[in-house]
Ligand binder design. Sequence first.
Ligand code: GLC
Length: 499
Amino acid sequence: MPGSYRFFASSERSKRHGGAYTDNFAYSATAIKATICRRIKPVKNNGITRRDWLIRTGGAAAAAALLTQGVDAGSPSDNPPAQTVSQGAAPPTPQDADRVRRMKWWHEAKFGMFIHWGLYSVLGRHEWVMENEGIPVAEYAPLAKQFKPKPFPARDWAKIACETGMRYMVMTTKHHEGFCHFDTKTTDYCSPKQGPGRDLVREYVDAARAENLRVGFYYSLMDWHHPDGARCATDEDARKRLVEYIHTHIRELLSNYGKIDILWYDVAWPLDAAGWESERMNKMVFELQPDIIVNNRNKLPGDFSTPEQQITADKEGRAWESCMTLNDSWGYQRADDDWKSPRRVIRNLISCARDGGNYLLNIGPRSDGVVPEESVRALTEVGQWMRRNGDTIYNSDPCQPRRSNYASFTRKGNTLYMHVHFWPGDYVVVAGLQAQVKSARLFASGESITFQQDEFRVRLTGLPVEAPDHPVTTIALECDAQPTQDNIFVRKEKPRDGV
Ligand code: GLC
Protein backbone atom coordinates (compact mmCIF):
# COMPACT_ATOMS: atom_id res chain seq x y z
CA MET A 1 0.00 0.00 0.00
CA PRO A 2 1.30 3.46 -0.77
CA GLY A 3 0.39 4.40 2.79
CA SER A 4 3.16 2.33 4.28
CA TYR A 5 5.65 4.19 2.14
CA ARG A 6 4.28 7.60 3.09
CA PHE A 7 5.45 6.82 6.59
CA PHE A 8 8.97 6.40 5.27
CA ALA A 9 8.61 9.33 2.94
CA SER A 10 8.07 11.77 5.78
CA SER A 11 10.62 10.11 8.05
CA GLU A 12 13.14 10.15 5.27
CA ARG A 13 12.43 13.77 4.45
CA SER A 14 13.12 14.81 8.00
CA LYS A 15 16.59 13.31 7.62
CA ARG A 16 17.39 15.17 4.49
CA HIS A 17 20.39 17.45 4.58
CA GLY A 18 21.73 19.59 1.79
CA GLY A 19 19.89 17.82 -0.98
CA ALA A 20 21.11 14.34 -0.10
CA TYR A 21 19.23 11.79 1.92
CA THR A 22 21.05 10.44 4.87
CA ASP A 23 19.89 7.29 6.48
CA ASN A 24 20.36 5.50 9.70
CA PHE A 25 21.39 1.91 9.18
CA ALA A 26 19.76 0.57 12.33
CA TYR A 27 16.56 2.41 11.58
CA SER A 28 16.36 1.18 8.04
CA ALA A 29 17.38 -2.37 8.88
CA THR A 30 14.48 -2.90 11.24
CA ALA A 31 11.94 -0.73 9.51
CA ILE A 32 12.41 -2.16 6.06
CA LYS A 33 12.56 -5.67 7.35
CA ALA A 34 9.19 -5.13 8.90
CA THR A 35 7.55 -3.45 5.97
CA ILE A 36 9.17 -4.67 2.80
CA CYS A 37 10.40 -8.21 3.30
CA ARG A 38 7.72 -9.36 5.70
CA ARG A 39 5.05 -8.47 3.23
CA ILE A 40 5.78 -11.42 1.00
CA LYS A 41 3.19 -14.07 1.65
CA PRO A 42 3.34 -17.62 0.35
CA VAL A 43 1.49 -17.70 -2.93
CA LYS A 44 -1.78 -19.56 -2.78
CA ASN A 45 -3.45 -20.91 -5.85
CA ASN A 46 -6.65 -19.02 -5.41
CA GLY A 47 -7.71 -18.87 -9.02
CA ILE A 48 -6.24 -16.92 -11.91
CA THR A 49 -8.28 -14.14 -13.41
CA ARG A 50 -8.43 -13.75 -17.16
CA ARG A 51 -6.77 -10.32 -16.82
CA ASP A 52 -3.92 -11.83 -14.82
CA TRP A 53 -3.48 -14.49 -17.40
CA LEU A 54 -3.40 -12.00 -20.22
CA ILE A 55 -0.93 -9.78 -18.49
CA ARG A 56 1.31 -12.54 -17.23
CA THR A 57 1.52 -14.52 -20.42
CA GLY A 58 1.02 -11.73 -22.90
CA GLY A 59 -0.01 -14.46 -25.27
CA ALA A 60 -3.30 -12.95 -26.30
CA ALA A 61 -4.11 -9.91 -28.34
CA ALA A 62 -5.50 -8.03 -25.38
CA ALA A 63 -2.29 -8.41 -23.46
CA ALA A 64 -0.23 -7.54 -26.47
CA ALA A 65 -2.27 -4.37 -26.82
CA LEU A 66 -1.05 -3.38 -23.39
CA LEU A 67 2.45 -3.75 -24.66
CA THR A 68 2.15 -1.91 -27.93
CA GLN A 69 5.39 -1.06 -29.64
CA GLY A 70 6.75 2.32 -28.75
CA VAL A 71 9.66 4.37 -30.00
CA ASP A 72 13.22 4.35 -28.95
CA ALA A 73 13.68 7.16 -26.49
CA GLY A 74 17.39 7.18 -27.07
CA SER A 75 19.17 5.13 -24.45
CA PRO A 76 19.79 1.39 -24.60
CA SER A 77 17.66 0.76 -21.55
CA ASP A 78 14.80 2.66 -23.15
CA ASN A 79 14.46 0.43 -26.17
CA PRO A 80 10.86 -0.47 -26.91
CA PRO A 81 9.70 -3.90 -25.82
CA ALA A 82 9.96 -6.60 -28.43
CA GLN A 83 6.50 -7.98 -27.79
CA THR A 84 4.51 -8.57 -30.89
CA VAL A 85 0.78 -8.75 -31.23
CA SER A 86 -0.19 -12.36 -31.51
CA GLN A 87 -3.75 -12.15 -32.71
CA GLY A 88 -6.06 -15.00 -31.84
CA ALA A 89 -3.63 -16.75 -29.49
CA ALA A 90 -4.74 -20.12 -28.22
CA PRO A 91 -6.71 -20.14 -24.96
CA PRO A 92 -4.75 -20.94 -21.80
CA THR A 93 -3.86 -24.57 -21.29
CA PRO A 94 -3.65 -26.15 -17.80
CA GLN A 95 0.14 -25.74 -18.12
CA ASP A 96 -0.29 -22.01 -18.79
CA ALA A 97 -2.54 -21.68 -15.76
CA ASP A 98 -0.02 -23.51 -13.61
CA ARG A 99 2.75 -21.24 -14.84
CA VAL A 100 0.70 -18.18 -13.98
CA ARG A 101 0.20 -19.58 -10.50
CA ARG A 102 3.89 -20.36 -10.01
CA MET A 103 5.09 -17.05 -11.37
CA LYS A 104 2.65 -14.68 -9.72
CA TRP A 105 4.91 -13.70 -6.82
CA TRP A 106 7.86 -13.25 -9.19
CA HIS A 107 5.99 -10.89 -11.50
CA GLU A 108 4.95 -8.84 -8.51
CA ALA A 109 8.42 -8.84 -6.99
CA LYS A 110 10.23 -7.23 -9.98
CA PHE A 111 13.58 -6.91 -8.24
CA GLY A 112 16.02 -9.60 -7.11
CA MET A 113 19.63 -10.02 -6.02
CA PHE A 114 22.06 -12.20 -7.94
CA ILE A 115 25.10 -13.44 -6.01
CA HIS A 116 28.22 -14.71 -7.75
CA TRP A 117 30.55 -16.29 -5.26
CA GLY A 118 33.10 -19.00 -5.78
CA LEU A 119 36.77 -19.92 -5.65
CA TYR A 120 37.42 -17.19 -8.19
CA SER A 121 36.67 -14.71 -5.41
CA VAL A 122 39.94 -15.79 -3.76
CA LEU A 123 41.85 -14.51 -6.79
CA GLY A 124 39.65 -11.44 -7.25
CA ARG A 125 40.16 -11.40 -11.00
CA HIS A 126 36.65 -12.15 -12.36
CA GLU A 127 34.65 -15.40 -12.34
CA TRP A 128 36.08 -16.46 -15.71
CA VAL A 129 39.68 -16.19 -14.45
CA MET A 130 40.28 -19.95 -14.70
CA GLU A 131 39.41 -20.03 -18.37
CA ASN A 132 40.53 -16.57 -19.43
CA GLU A 133 43.93 -16.82 -17.77
CA GLY A 134 44.35 -20.46 -18.76
CA ILE A 135 44.82 -21.79 -15.21
CA PRO A 136 45.26 -25.59 -15.14
CA VAL A 137 42.88 -27.54 -12.85
CA ALA A 138 45.82 -28.72 -10.74
CA GLU A 139 46.71 -25.10 -9.99
CA TYR A 140 43.13 -23.83 -9.57
CA ALA A 141 41.69 -26.61 -7.38
CA PRO A 142 43.89 -25.82 -4.31
CA LEU A 143 41.99 -22.51 -4.03
CA ALA A 144 39.27 -24.66 -2.45
CA LYS A 145 41.42 -25.02 0.67
CA GLN A 146 42.20 -21.30 0.76
CA PHE A 147 38.55 -20.35 0.48
CA LYS A 148 37.63 -19.53 4.09
CA PRO A 149 34.59 -17.29 4.39
CA LYS A 150 33.64 -15.57 7.62
CA PRO A 151 30.65 -17.03 9.50
CA PHE A 152 27.26 -16.56 7.81
CA PRO A 153 28.08 -13.90 5.20
CA ALA A 154 24.75 -14.69 3.54
CA ARG A 155 23.01 -12.97 6.44
CA ASP A 156 24.62 -9.70 5.34
CA TRP A 157 23.62 -10.30 1.72
CA ALA A 158 20.03 -11.03 2.69
CA LYS A 159 19.87 -7.88 4.84
CA ILE A 160 21.29 -5.80 1.99
CA ALA A 161 18.83 -7.35 -0.47
CA CYS A 162 15.99 -6.61 1.88
CA GLU A 163 17.10 -3.03 2.46
CA THR A 164 17.50 -2.48 -1.26
CA GLY A 165 13.90 -3.49 -1.80
CA MET A 166 14.80 -6.74 -3.52
CA ARG A 167 12.39 -9.57 -2.96
CA TYR A 168 14.34 -12.62 -3.99
CA MET A 169 17.88 -13.89 -4.23
CA VAL A 170 19.65 -16.18 -6.65
CA MET A 171 23.01 -17.54 -5.52
CA THR A 172 25.59 -19.50 -7.53
CA THR A 173 25.54 -23.00 -6.07
CA LYS A 174 28.10 -24.13 -8.66
CA HIS A 175 29.64 -21.85 -11.27
CA HIS A 176 31.61 -22.92 -14.34
CA GLU A 177 34.68 -23.65 -12.18
CA GLY A 178 32.81 -26.72 -10.85
CA PHE A 179 33.16 -26.04 -7.12
CA CYS A 180 29.95 -26.90 -5.23
CA HIS A 181 28.82 -24.69 -2.37
CA PHE A 182 26.54 -27.47 -1.15
CA ASP A 183 26.98 -30.87 0.43
CA THR A 184 27.05 -33.53 -2.24
CA LYS A 185 27.79 -37.21 -2.34
CA THR A 186 29.20 -36.84 -5.87
CA THR A 187 32.52 -35.07 -5.19
CA ASP A 188 34.88 -33.78 -2.51
CA TYR A 189 35.16 -30.54 -4.46
CA CYS A 190 32.50 -28.91 -2.32
CA SER A 191 32.43 -26.42 0.53
CA PRO A 192 31.72 -28.84 3.45
CA LYS A 193 34.81 -30.88 2.52
CA GLN A 194 37.13 -27.98 1.67
CA GLY A 195 38.22 -24.63 3.16
CA PRO A 196 34.79 -23.48 4.38
CA GLY A 197 34.12 -26.78 6.22
CA ARG A 198 30.39 -26.14 6.03
CA ASP A 199 27.43 -26.07 3.66
CA LEU A 200 27.29 -22.55 2.27
CA VAL A 201 24.06 -23.17 0.38
CA ARG A 202 22.41 -24.07 3.69
CA GLU A 203 23.61 -20.78 5.21
CA TYR A 204 22.32 -18.90 2.21
CA VAL A 205 18.90 -20.54 2.24
CA ASP A 206 18.49 -19.92 5.97
CA ALA A 207 19.58 -16.30 5.62
CA ALA A 208 17.20 -15.57 2.76
CA ARG A 209 14.28 -17.18 4.58
CA ALA A 210 15.06 -15.22 7.74
CA GLU A 211 14.50 -12.03 5.73
CA ASN A 212 11.43 -13.47 4.02
CA LEU A 213 13.11 -13.37 0.64
CA ARG A 214 12.35 -15.93 -2.01
CA VAL A 215 15.19 -18.39 -2.64
CA GLY A 216 16.80 -19.07 -6.01
CA PHE A 217 19.62 -21.42 -7.00
CA TYR A 218 21.91 -20.61 -9.91
CA TYR A 219 23.53 -23.75 -11.31
CA SER A 220 26.01 -23.92 -14.20
CA LEU A 221 25.72 -27.02 -16.36
CA MET A 222 29.08 -26.25 -17.94
CA ASP A 223 31.82 -27.61 -15.72
CA TRP A 224 35.54 -26.85 -16.20
CA HIS A 225 36.63 -29.18 -13.39
CA HIS A 226 34.80 -32.44 -14.09
CA PRO A 227 36.84 -34.83 -16.25
CA ASP A 228 33.85 -35.34 -18.58
CA GLY A 229 33.03 -31.61 -18.80
CA ALA A 230 34.25 -31.29 -22.40
CA ARG A 231 34.67 -34.80 -23.73
CA CYS A 232 30.97 -35.44 -23.07
CA ALA A 233 30.39 -33.83 -26.47
CA THR A 234 32.11 -36.66 -28.33
CA ASP A 235 32.14 -39.60 -25.92
CA GLU A 236 28.78 -41.16 -25.08
CA ASP A 237 30.00 -42.83 -21.88
CA ALA A 238 31.39 -39.50 -20.70
CA ARG A 239 28.11 -37.79 -21.53
CA LYS A 240 26.15 -40.34 -19.51
CA ARG A 241 28.46 -39.94 -16.53
CA LEU A 242 28.30 -36.15 -16.67
CA VAL A 243 24.52 -36.12 -17.03
CA GLU A 244 24.24 -38.43 -14.02
CA TYR A 245 26.56 -36.11 -12.04
CA ILE A 246 24.67 -32.96 -12.99
CA HIS A 247 21.20 -34.44 -12.48
CA THR A 248 22.31 -35.72 -9.08
CA HIS A 249 23.38 -32.22 -8.08
CA ILE A 250 20.06 -30.80 -9.12
CA ARG A 251 18.26 -33.55 -7.22
CA GLU A 252 20.34 -32.84 -4.11
CA LEU A 253 19.78 -29.11 -4.34
CA LEU A 254 16.05 -29.48 -4.72
CA SER A 255 15.68 -32.23 -2.08
CA ASN A 256 17.84 -31.05 0.82
CA TYR A 257 16.94 -27.40 1.39
CA GLY A 258 13.17 -27.24 1.65
CA LYS A 259 11.10 -25.13 -0.70
CA ILE A 260 13.15 -23.49 -3.46
CA ASP A 261 11.52 -20.79 -5.56
CA ILE A 262 13.79 -20.45 -8.61
CA LEU A 263 16.18 -22.71 -10.46
CA TRP A 264 18.46 -20.58 -12.61
CA TYR A 265 20.41 -22.79 -15.00
CA ASP A 266 23.45 -21.38 -16.76
CA VAL A 267 25.69 -22.21 -19.71
CA ALA A 268 24.77 -25.51 -21.35
CA TRP A 269 28.01 -25.88 -23.32
CA PRO A 270 28.89 -28.34 -24.86
CA LEU A 271 25.59 -30.23 -25.05
CA ASP A 272 22.13 -29.49 -26.36
CA ALA A 273 18.82 -30.22 -24.63
CA ALA A 274 18.89 -33.82 -25.81
CA GLY A 275 22.46 -34.24 -24.56
CA TRP A 276 21.67 -32.85 -21.11
CA GLU A 277 18.39 -34.74 -21.06
CA SER A 278 16.83 -31.44 -20.16
CA GLU A 279 13.23 -32.64 -20.47
CA ARG A 280 13.93 -35.30 -17.85
CA MET A 281 15.84 -32.73 -15.81
CA ASN A 282 12.91 -30.31 -15.70
CA LYS A 283 10.45 -33.13 -15.02
CA MET A 284 12.48 -34.11 -11.95
CA VAL A 285 12.68 -30.45 -10.89
CA PHE A 286 8.89 -30.03 -10.97
CA GLU A 287 8.31 -33.36 -9.22
CA LEU A 288 10.59 -32.27 -6.39
CA GLN A 289 9.41 -28.64 -6.30
CA PRO A 290 5.94 -28.19 -7.78
CA ASP A 291 5.92 -24.42 -7.18
CA ILE A 292 9.37 -23.64 -8.57
CA ILE A 293 10.07 -21.55 -11.66
CA VAL A 294 12.96 -22.32 -14.02
CA ASN A 295 14.80 -20.25 -16.58
CA ASN A 296 15.68 -21.07 -20.18
CA ARG A 297 19.37 -21.86 -19.99
CA ASN A 298 19.19 -25.66 -20.07
CA LYS A 299 18.20 -25.22 -23.71
CA LEU A 300 14.48 -25.49 -23.02
CA PRO A 301 12.20 -22.43 -22.93
CA GLY A 302 11.41 -22.82 -19.21
CA ASP A 303 9.29 -20.18 -17.53
CA PHE A 304 11.29 -17.07 -18.31
CA SER A 305 14.02 -15.69 -20.53
CA THR A 306 17.27 -14.20 -19.31
CA PRO A 307 18.55 -11.22 -21.29
CA GLU A 308 22.02 -10.56 -19.93
CA GLN A 309 23.51 -7.10 -19.36
CA GLN A 310 20.70 -5.57 -21.41
CA ILE A 311 17.05 -4.72 -20.99
CA THR A 312 15.15 -6.31 -23.81
CA ALA A 313 11.63 -7.57 -23.40
CA ASP A 314 11.10 -11.00 -24.85
CA LYS A 315 8.91 -11.75 -27.84
CA GLU A 316 5.25 -12.68 -27.51
CA GLY A 317 5.06 -11.21 -24.03
CA ARG A 318 7.04 -14.10 -22.60
CA ALA A 319 8.23 -13.57 -19.04
CA TRP A 320 11.78 -12.24 -18.83
CA GLU A 321 14.32 -11.10 -16.33
CA SER A 322 17.25 -8.89 -17.16
CA CYS A 323 20.32 -9.88 -15.16
CA MET A 324 23.02 -7.28 -14.73
CA THR A 325 26.26 -6.60 -12.93
CA LEU A 326 26.83 -3.56 -10.72
CA ASN A 327 30.28 -3.05 -12.24
CA ASP A 328 31.46 -5.16 -15.23
CA SER A 329 32.12 -8.46 -13.44
CA TRP A 330 29.80 -11.06 -11.94
CA GLY A 331 32.38 -12.55 -9.62
CA TYR A 332 34.61 -10.38 -7.44
CA GLN A 333 37.18 -8.51 -9.48
CA ARG A 334 39.22 -6.28 -7.23
CA ALA A 335 40.27 -3.83 -9.94
CA ASP A 336 36.92 -3.38 -11.66
CA ASP A 337 35.78 0.07 -10.61
CA ASP A 338 33.25 0.63 -13.36
CA TRP A 339 30.36 0.95 -10.91
CA LYS A 340 26.88 1.88 -11.99
CA SER A 341 25.42 4.85 -10.24
CA PRO A 342 22.32 4.41 -8.06
CA ARG A 343 20.45 6.49 -10.62
CA ARG A 344 21.45 4.12 -13.42
CA VAL A 345 20.32 1.14 -11.34
CA ILE A 346 16.98 2.80 -10.59
CA ARG A 347 16.45 3.73 -14.23
CA ASN A 348 17.19 0.15 -15.25
CA LEU A 349 14.73 -1.19 -12.72
CA ILE A 350 12.09 1.23 -14.00
CA SER A 351 12.74 0.16 -17.60
CA CYS A 352 12.31 -3.50 -16.65
CA ALA A 353 9.08 -2.84 -14.77
CA ARG A 354 7.78 -0.66 -17.60
CA ASP A 355 8.23 -3.46 -20.12
CA GLY A 356 6.81 -6.15 -17.84
CA GLY A 357 10.11 -7.71 -16.81
CA ASN A 358 12.21 -8.28 -13.71
CA TYR A 359 15.62 -6.97 -12.77
CA LEU A 360 18.19 -9.32 -11.22
CA LEU A 361 21.07 -7.22 -9.99
CA ASN A 362 24.36 -8.85 -9.06
CA ILE A 363 26.78 -8.61 -6.17
CA GLY A 364 30.17 -10.33 -6.24
CA PRO A 365 31.27 -10.81 -2.63
CA ARG A 366 34.94 -11.15 -1.74
CA SER A 367 36.15 -14.63 -0.76
CA ASP A 368 35.46 -13.87 2.90
CA GLY A 369 31.87 -13.14 1.92
CA VAL A 370 32.04 -9.39 2.45
CA VAL A 371 30.20 -7.36 -0.19
CA PRO A 372 32.40 -4.69 -1.82
CA GLU A 373 31.78 -1.32 -0.20
CA GLU A 374 30.97 0.35 -3.53
CA SER A 375 28.13 -2.12 -4.07
CA VAL A 376 26.76 -1.56 -0.59
CA ARG A 377 26.89 2.20 -1.08
CA ALA A 378 24.99 2.08 -4.37
CA LEU A 379 22.44 -0.43 -3.12
CA THR A 380 21.82 1.58 0.05
CA GLU A 381 20.84 4.59 -2.03
CA VAL A 382 18.66 2.46 -4.28
CA GLY A 383 16.98 1.06 -1.15
CA GLN A 384 16.27 4.53 0.20
CA TRP A 385 14.63 5.42 -3.09
CA MET A 386 12.68 2.17 -3.11
CA ARG A 387 11.27 2.91 0.32
CA ARG A 388 9.76 6.10 -1.01
CA ASN A 389 8.94 4.91 -4.51
CA GLY A 390 8.81 1.12 -4.46
CA ASP A 391 5.04 1.05 -4.80
CA THR A 392 5.41 2.42 -8.32
CA ILE A 393 7.52 -0.65 -9.20
CA TYR A 394 6.18 -3.68 -7.32
CA ASN A 395 3.22 -5.31 -8.97
CA SER A 396 3.12 -2.62 -11.63
CA ASP A 397 1.51 -3.24 -15.02
CA PRO A 398 3.27 -3.13 -18.39
CA CYS A 399 3.42 0.49 -19.45
CA GLN A 400 3.28 1.78 -23.01
CA PRO A 401 4.37 5.43 -22.59
CA ARG A 402 8.12 5.77 -22.93
CA ARG A 403 8.85 8.99 -24.77
CA SER A 404 10.74 11.62 -22.82
CA ASN A 405 14.23 13.07 -22.74
CA TYR A 406 14.37 13.15 -18.97
CA ALA A 407 11.89 10.66 -17.57
CA SER A 408 10.76 7.08 -17.88
CA PHE A 409 7.45 5.59 -16.86
CA THR A 410 5.71 2.81 -14.98
CA ARG A 411 1.99 2.23 -14.57
CA LYS A 412 -0.55 0.73 -12.26
CA GLY A 413 -4.04 0.57 -13.69
CA ASN A 414 -4.94 4.09 -14.81
CA THR A 415 -2.14 5.77 -12.90
CA LEU A 416 0.98 6.71 -14.81
CA TYR A 417 4.18 7.20 -12.83
CA MET A 418 6.58 9.61 -14.41
CA HIS A 419 10.08 9.01 -13.05
CA VAL A 420 12.14 12.14 -13.74
CA HIS A 421 15.85 11.34 -13.66
CA PHE A 422 17.08 14.62 -15.16
CA TRP A 423 15.09 17.24 -13.35
CA PRO A 424 14.56 20.18 -15.75
CA GLY A 425 13.16 22.44 -12.99
CA ASP A 426 10.03 24.56 -12.97
CA TYR A 427 7.93 22.40 -15.28
CA VAL A 428 7.92 18.95 -16.89
CA VAL A 429 5.97 17.74 -19.88
CA VAL A 430 4.45 14.51 -21.13
CA ALA A 431 3.78 14.64 -24.87
CA GLY A 432 0.90 12.94 -26.64
CA LEU A 433 -0.83 11.43 -23.62
CA GLN A 434 -4.01 9.76 -24.83
CA ALA A 435 -5.85 9.72 -21.49
CA GLN A 436 -7.21 12.65 -19.52
CA VAL A 437 -5.24 13.46 -16.40
CA LYS A 438 -7.49 13.80 -13.36
CA SER A 439 -4.84 14.68 -10.79
CA ALA A 440 -1.09 14.95 -10.47
CA ARG A 441 1.08 14.72 -7.37
CA LEU A 442 4.63 14.21 -6.24
CA PHE A 443 4.58 10.56 -5.29
CA ALA A 444 6.89 10.62 -2.26
CA SER A 445 5.28 13.59 -0.51
CA GLY A 446 1.76 13.39 -1.93
CA GLU A 447 1.93 17.13 -2.73
CA SER A 448 -0.40 17.96 -5.57
CA ILE A 449 0.88 19.51 -8.78
CA THR A 450 -0.85 22.01 -11.06
CA PHE A 451 -1.18 20.86 -14.64
CA GLN A 452 -2.59 21.93 -17.97
CA GLN A 453 -3.49 19.41 -20.64
CA ASP A 454 -4.39 19.99 -24.26
CA GLU A 455 -4.40 17.79 -27.33
CA PHE A 456 -0.61 17.99 -27.62
CA ARG A 457 0.75 17.60 -24.10
CA VAL A 458 0.39 17.70 -20.36
CA ARG A 459 2.41 20.42 -18.69
CA LEU A 460 3.08 20.02 -14.97
CA THR A 461 3.89 23.46 -13.65
CA GLY A 462 4.94 25.34 -10.54
CA LEU A 463 7.57 22.75 -9.70
CA PRO A 464 10.66 23.48 -7.60
CA VAL A 465 13.87 24.32 -9.40
CA GLU A 466 15.74 21.57 -7.55
CA ALA A 467 14.59 17.96 -7.87
CA PRO A 468 12.31 17.16 -4.90
CA ASP A 469 13.56 13.57 -4.69
CA HIS A 470 16.94 12.06 -5.34
CA PRO A 471 18.21 10.57 -7.65
CA VAL A 472 14.85 10.21 -9.44
CA THR A 473 11.63 12.11 -8.71
CA THR A 474 8.36 10.28 -9.24
CA ILE A 475 5.20 12.09 -10.28
CA ALA A 476 1.90 10.21 -10.18
CA LEU A 477 -0.61 11.10 -12.90
CA GLU A 478 -4.02 9.69 -12.20
CA CYS A 479 -5.85 9.32 -15.52
CA ASP A 480 -9.42 8.64 -16.57
CA ALA A 481 -8.36 5.59 -18.59
CA GLN A 482 -5.31 3.44 -19.10
CA PRO A 483 -2.60 5.93 -20.07
CA THR A 484 -1.03 5.45 -23.48
CA GLN A 485 1.11 7.83 -25.44
CA ASP A 486 1.01 8.87 -29.05
CA ASN A 487 4.36 7.67 -30.24
CA ILE A 488 4.27 9.03 -33.78
CA PHE A 489 7.40 10.95 -33.08
CA VAL A 490 7.94 12.38 -36.55
CA ARG A 491 5.12 14.88 -35.96
CA LYS A 492 3.21 13.25 -38.78
CA GLU A 493 -0.19 14.34 -37.51
CA LYS A 494 0.87 17.66 -36.05
CA PRO A 495 0.09 21.02 -37.68
CA ARG A 496 2.91 22.57 -39.66
CA ASP A 497 3.54 26.17 -40.42
CA GLY A 498 0.28 27.62 -41.67
CA VAL A 499 -1.48 24.27 -42.18
C1 GLC B 1 27.35 -15.69 -18.30
C2 GLC B 1 28.71 -15.88 -17.70
C3 GLC B 1 28.67 -16.11 -16.26
C4 GLC B 1 27.58 -15.49 -15.47
C5 GLC B 1 26.28 -15.46 -16.21
C6 GLC B 1 25.19 -14.65 -15.54
O1 GLC B 1 26.76 -16.85 -18.65
O2 GLC B 1 29.40 -16.96 -18.29
O3 GLC B 1 29.92 -15.90 -15.70
O4 GLC B 1 27.39 -16.28 -14.39
O5 GLC B 1 26.47 -14.99 -17.47
O6 GLC B 1 24.09 -14.53 -16.34
